[in-house]
Design a protein around this ligand. Structure first.
Ligand SMILES: *Cc1c(COP(=O)(O)O)cnc(C)c1O
Length: 400
């Protein structure tokens, strides 16, 4: 066992903070998968039906994506060799961005190394301390951090509450103290699976001259035939920033913004992760291009995802669980109590269904749930087996 140096103040901090986290039940050990994060996973040699990934379309293990990644690696090498603005822009990056723009219905696109750093970079490249950002209270952590980094005034808006959005937008506009005002929202909210009311949002934005930024991490590959929430609403020409991730439905890694040529030109000259962090690997870029090919050529992946999601939701509801108001494949089983949620998830995992309990502070206190993500890669047999285990554990615990 090696022993690393640590200063006594660090040691004290870590000891106290870790025990504090543990005593609050906010610390969890990380499970290690023996093989790929597919529809069935293996942990310590034990197989579990996997309902915890974001691998919506099953692309993580798709043979054609793997092949495309290998081919791009052979042609361009394992790394890009530099940041994009020095000489790390390879033809395959250019091709990726052209394909993303076309797929999203915008003039141009910029790719980042992850969705998280895309939000960090893109928001702060445009917004600054003279501006205000209206932000839905359930927005993703990377949006919250990106907004903070920008230095703009952050104004929380009640979740999907159009009356509150309009009031806050009016107040910010009337104050006359902000140069620019942005509204930023998830396209699909990852904990409840509800969809942002983009049609109403666009109307309010037009009235108060708001910049619109939609983070479609959970809408891309899922809604609008795969092209996302904005496409599903037919609003591709009304949203300034269509941000998305390449790590969820697309199955690889990376993030992007699709928008006007002028916006993308600005981001490519100002977004700090683009300027100061080495670009996506050629293998990742190649696999993503193949994923877009597949979605464009063939609707069966998205169709299968929805078919499985509907099937799974209907059965869960029929055996008596509260699955909330999701409008997408994200399927919460809402239990409420934190401890109960943890125990329930633990038993499901023990019996062979891998799920994650989600409790306060990720969701409001008393709104604990087990989140399920059926994917296109699951078979009916896998979903039936998962339902059987849900029913068994639910009855044992007197929940249904
Ligand atoms: C997952 C997620 C991100 C981050 O994407 P990564 O590519 O995993 O870094 C950003 N926004 C939302 C809404 C997400 O769900």
């Amino acid at each position: 066992m090696t022993s690393n140096h640590s200063s006594s103040s660090l040691e004290t901090f870590l000891d106290q903070s870790l025990s504090d986290l543990k005593s609050k039940g906010l610390f969890s050990d990380i499970d290690v998968l023996d093989q790929a994060n597919g529809p069935v996973i293996s942990i310590n040699g034990q197989k579990k039906i996997n309902l915890a990934s974001n691998n919506y379309l099953g692309f993580v293990t798709h043979p054609e994506l793997i092949k495309a990644s290998e081919e791009a690696t052979k042609t361009y090498g394992v790394g890009a060799g530099a940041v994009r603005t020095i000489n790390g822009t390879l033809k395959i990056h250019q091709e990726l961005e052209d394909r993303l723009a076309k797929f999203k219905g915008t003039e141009a696109a910029i790719a980042f190394q992850s969705g998280f750093n895309c939000n960090m970079g893109a928001i702060s490249a445009v917004m600054n301390k003279n501006d205000a950002i209206l932000s839905d209270e359930l927005n993703h952590a990377s949006i919250i951090d990106g907004c903070r980094l920008s230095g703009a005034r952050i104004i929380r808006v009640k979740h999907s509450d159009m009356k509150d959005l309009e009031e806050q937008a009016k107040e910010a506009r009337d104050s006359g103290i902000f140069e620019k005002i942005m509204f930023i929202t998830d396209g699909v909210f990852s904990m409840d699976g509800d969809i942002a009311k983009l049609d109403e949002i666009v109307k309010i934005a037009e009235k108060y001259d708001l910049i619109l930024y939609v983070d479609d991490a959970h809408g891309s590959g899922v809604l609008g035939g795969g092209a996302g929430t904005v496409k599903a609403f037919g609003l591709s020409d009304k949203i300034d920033f269509q941000m998305g991730t390449l790590s969820k439905a697309i199955g690889v890694v990376g993030g992007y913004v699709a928008g006007s040529q002028k916006l993308i030109t600005w981001l490519k000259s100002q977004a700090r992760p683009f300027l100061f962090s080495t670009s996506l690997t050629p293998g990742a870029a190649g696999a993503v291009i193949k994923a877009i090919d597949l979605m464009e050529q063939d609707t069966s992946y998205v169709d299968k995802l929805w078919e499985n999601a509907r099937y799974f939701k209907e059965k869960l509801q029929r055996i008596g669980f509260d699955i909330g108001q999701s409008e997408t494949p994200i399927t919460p089983v809402i239990l409420g109590d934190e401890k109960l949620t943890q125990t329930f998830a633990g038993k499901l995992i023990e019996q062979g269904v891998y799920v994650k309990p989600i409790v306060f502070p990720t969701v409001p206190f008393g709104a604990g749930r087990v989140r399920n993500m059926p994917t296109a890669a699951h078979t009916k047999e896998m979903l039936d087996e998962a339902i059987k285990i849900y029913e068994k554990v639910g009855k044992e615990m007197n929940l249904i």
